[in-house]
Design a binder for this molecule. Sequence first.
Ligand code: EPU
Length: 428
Amino acid sequence: MEKFVIHGGKPLHGTVQISGAKNAAVALVAATILCDEPCVLENVPEISDITKCMKILREMGAEVRLLDKNTIYFDTKGIEKPEVPYELARTMRASCYFLGTLLGRFHEAFVPMPGGCDLGDRPIDQHLKAFKALGASDEIVNGANHVTADELVGNQIYFDFVTVGATMNAIFAAVKAKGLTIIENAAKEPHIVDLANFLNSMGADIRGAGTDVIKIRGVDYLKGVTYATIPDQIEAGTYMVAAAATKGDVVIANVIPKHLESITAKLRKVGVNVEESDESVHVWVDGPLMKTSIKTMPHPGFPTDMQPQFSTLLTLAEGTSIVTDDIFDNRFRYVAELRRMGADISVDGKVAVIQGVGKLKGAPVVATDLRAGAAMVIAGLAAEGTTEIDNIFYIERGYEKIDEKLRGLGADIQRVYKPDANEMELSG
Ligand code: EPU
């Protein structure tokens, strides 16, 4: 099993290039199913979630070719059966996007219950509610969601709460439905806007993405285009926090600073300098880090996907910080790992109380999910001594070449192969 070994305590310096956004790219790749001609996606991150999406499309009969490591050609007309293979679907959350895209094109979809990071229960009732409003019915068959419709007809969809995934799926199902669909209480994340822009460039008629009311007038045909994915706000935020935690001086390039506003505001609150330019942000620290309070919210609020990384930074700040994250049931599983490194954090339900300890100490730790893994990397970079991180496959679901990028900033991080306990038993 591969691990990261980090010798910490070195401030990060230099410039890092941010990749395309994972949570946009997984939706754009799924959306190629709706396109009636071949299309090309640029600035796609080289991460395992994308590799899995490409495999799903290929297994269903699509032609998917890498033109270079971040540019992918898709011709999905060869898909005949609207069915996602079980083994591929169950390992990633974004597989549920194939429900909406297959339903939109074939009026039928058969997709095993989605997997992904274990952040607690992740139901899809709002996705199904949207499909139902457009005329589809659903049932569970052999552990898979089977959704069918004689025809899809535009309608009003009101989400009970803000959900990124269900907003994406409602757009997928509505883009070729008959007439007008109005989605109310829609998610406003940059990746929702990116999906709407991609589909509109193909000829779709989607208005209001980025606000909480999205109007979609169905069209019959979507033409082939070449489209570039937006930069990853969470990858950018992760490097911003890594720069701050190591008291470094880093330019984070190829970003849209507007997408980073909530992260920038919180960093400034804790005493970190952030200077914005057109397509980059410069982050540096020249004084003490201070406590703050955070409550995660849907966009434009502070993103839950930055909570573990920011909480790690707050362990290094002076005073007591309070972090509330109630988007998912269980996004504090990494806290036990941080405690091994000397952090003083207590968790009560969805609230963490972080007593700043000034310094962390290297230790063997485990990535408990994708963003928790990023938090462990930040902790390891800031800590004195050596940190060994297990389960790095979680990190590779969403961060392109994180070890290479960090080495480019002067970090001492190596990818090593170490047999795990079971392998040692077998070989011993
Ligand atoms: N929810 C329901 N029913 C639904 C849909 C959602 O109860 O039908 C609940 C969820 O269980 C959760 C909350 O509503 O408690 C919000 O879920 P949402 O649908 O917004 O999240 P998601 O689509 O499952 C995406 C990202 C996550 C990110 C969240 C929130 C992708 C592939 N995943 O998940 O990204 O945390 O939005 O912004 O886009 C990550 O990148 O590390 C990650 C977990």
